[in-house]
Design a protein around this ligand. Structure first.
Ligand SMILES: Cc1cc2nc3c(=O)[nH]c(=O)nc-3n(C[C@H](O)[C@H](O)[C@H](O)COP(=O)(O)O)c2cc1C
Ligand SMILES: [Mn+2]
Length: 482
């Protein structure tokens, strides 16, 4: 695994493009990154060595391809990772010596889960108690943005009552050198800690780590169930315990390998206008009031690199972070909903607008049960359209899904509406964070579900004819130009 961001960026696999000419953090870096993100496969990682007006380089699009997302998590494919998690959660009881030996590497991965605290750390090579944000080339992404935003922070807080840690990625609008917005939405872990702190009338310590070994920023974006420390996931992914160091001015620990750490607090009751921000919906999100983060100390490595990202009209870098969560959490979701076979959050659906799920349908009304389960599962509660198909449909093949939805549904019968919490970024609901969702049952309908006509048979040729077709097509394809 990569020890830190520097090691990840040194990878010589032609995955990193260095841009030496001056490029402005004001709109220009975002425009270049957007262009690169829209190229086939997501384009290379980018290192802007000379952001105009700053001495600190900007690293971006590091997670912006399937290959680099896998590299960041130390696997060849996300399927491999999903399989490992599946095995871990489904241990076969060892029958003999050989089986016991086979289990050892898997159990080995579990011993690295708990983070450990170290006494000195690269992220504190430089400590500035009166530090500001002024040296960091924070991007202004889109023309109508309310200002520059820190877009890929790992925001560390602790539950003021239990001391349980949470890490989330919540954008931070720069107000001045020592204060920013703290855009944790109401459904998120940081917001819950703040709610408790406000109830107690207490300040909430917050530490923000920027850049670390590549599994960490991913873990901060992952939808871990409430109360489960994101660092357990990071430790599992890195196959090594995460090293933490105590902050200088607040009662929190941060990753020792971070590039930059902002220490500070949010006050109970304090709010400031946040936004607008060109968001991952592809539209500007409306200004709203959010808590204010006050910086008490800035620590960093010697010669830090600023790791960031940009969001906008999909696909962009965040699509790959979401894909990794989709694959990692599928085997865990199957623990409570084992009839789920596969799921797909297509890029155009910005994670939660379109959720396609295939199931092993076992009883009448099964698709409805799946919808209800998904609407009750953590951040999947935001699923605006859930499409349920039978297990022989490949949910990763959008053409097949569109065909099956069109042919299999009787809209009045097969669409289920539900009212409840919706994503904070939802623009179409009448109220903020409260609206409706829809489930589409595109499975084959059964007699026991009231469908009395015969279900049509899918067209397929015979195996013999298919083999013949393969042979002849292979021959004619050579001399044929499409
Ligand atoms: C690039 C990026 C930016 C994000 N910005 C925000 C944000 O500003 N506010 C927010 O609540 N969630 C944001 N998220 C989503 C959260 O990081 C995600 O829901 C995470 O699981 C929250 O963790 P939590 O459950 O511990 O709060 C962002 C995700 C990504 C990938
Ligand atoms: Mn969390």
């Amino acid at each position: 695994m990569f020890r830190d961001l520097n090691a990840f960026m040194l990878d010589k696999d032609r995955e990193l493009a260095r841009i030496n000419e001056p490029v402005s953090p004001n709109l220009e870096i975002c425009a270049v990154t957007d262009k690169v993100s829209k190229s086939p496969g997501g384009g290379p990682a980018l290192l802007f060595e000379n952001p105009a007006g700053f001495d600190m380089p900007v690293a971006i699009n590091l997670y912006g391809s399937m290959k680099r997302m896998c590299m960041a998590l130390g696997v060849k494919s996300l399927e491999d990772l999903a399989r490992e998690i599946e095995e871990l959660t489904n241990p076969k009881m060892p029958a003999g010596m050989l089986d016991t030996l086979k289990m050892l590497p898997m159990l080995g991965r579990l011993k690295d889960l708990m983070p450990k605290t170290v006494s000195s750390a690269p992220c504190q090579e430089v400590v500035k108690k009166d530090g500001t944000l002024d040296e960091i080339p924070i991007l202004t992404c889109w023309p109508e943005d309310g200002g520059p935003y820190i877009t890929l922070p790992m925001v560390f807080t602790k539950d003021p009552e239990t001391g349980m840690r949470n890490i989330g990625t919540y954008r931070m609008q720069v107000y001045d050198g020592r204060t920013t917005g703290m855009h944790w939405q109401r459904h998120k872990g940081g917001a819950q800690h703040y709610r408790i702190a406000e109830r107690m009338g207490k300040r909430l310590d917050v530490a923000v780590a920027l850049g670390a070994d590549p599994a960490l920023p991913f873990a901060a974006t992952a939808p871990m169930p409430e109360g489960l420390d994101e660092l357990l996931l990071a430790g599992f992914l890195r196959r090594e315990r995460v090293e933490l160091v105590k902050c200088v001015t607040v009662d929190l620990e941060v990753p020792a390998t971070a590039q930059i750490v902002l220490e500070g607090y949010v006050e109970p009751g304090e709010r400031q206008r946040e936004g607008p921000f060109g968001d991952h919906t592809g539209f500007y999100s409306h200004p709203d009031d959010y808590p204010v983060f006050h910086i008490t100390c800035v620590t960093h490595r010697k010669n830090p690199i600023y790791l960031t990202t940009v969001v906008g009209i999909p696909p962009m870098e965040d699509y790959f972070l979401g894909k990794a969560s989709e694959r990692i959490f599928l085997p865990l979701i199957k623990k409570t909903v084992p009839e789920i076979v596969d799921m797909n959050f297509p890029a155009e659906g910005i994670f939660h607008n379109i959720v396609i799920i295939s199931i092993d349908k076992r009883y009448p009304g099964h698709a409805r049960k799946i919808m209800n389960a998904v609407w009750g599962l953590g951040q999947l509660m935001f699923s605006k359209a859930i499409i349920v198909v039978d297990k022989d449909i490949d949910v990763q093949n959008l053409s097949e899904v569109a065909w099956v939805v069109g042919t299999h549904i009787d809209p009045e019968r097969d669409i289920q509406f539900m009212t409840g919490p919706v994503d904070d970024l939802e623009d179409a609901s009448d109220l903020a964070a409260y609206g409706s969702k829809m489930g589409i049952d595109a499975t084959r309908k059964w007699k026991s579900e009231g469908f009395m006509r015969p279900w049509p048979t899918r067209i397929r040729t015979t195996e013999a004819a298919a083999r013949k077709a393969d042979e002849i097509w292979a021959r004619i394809r050579q001399g044929w130009k499409a």
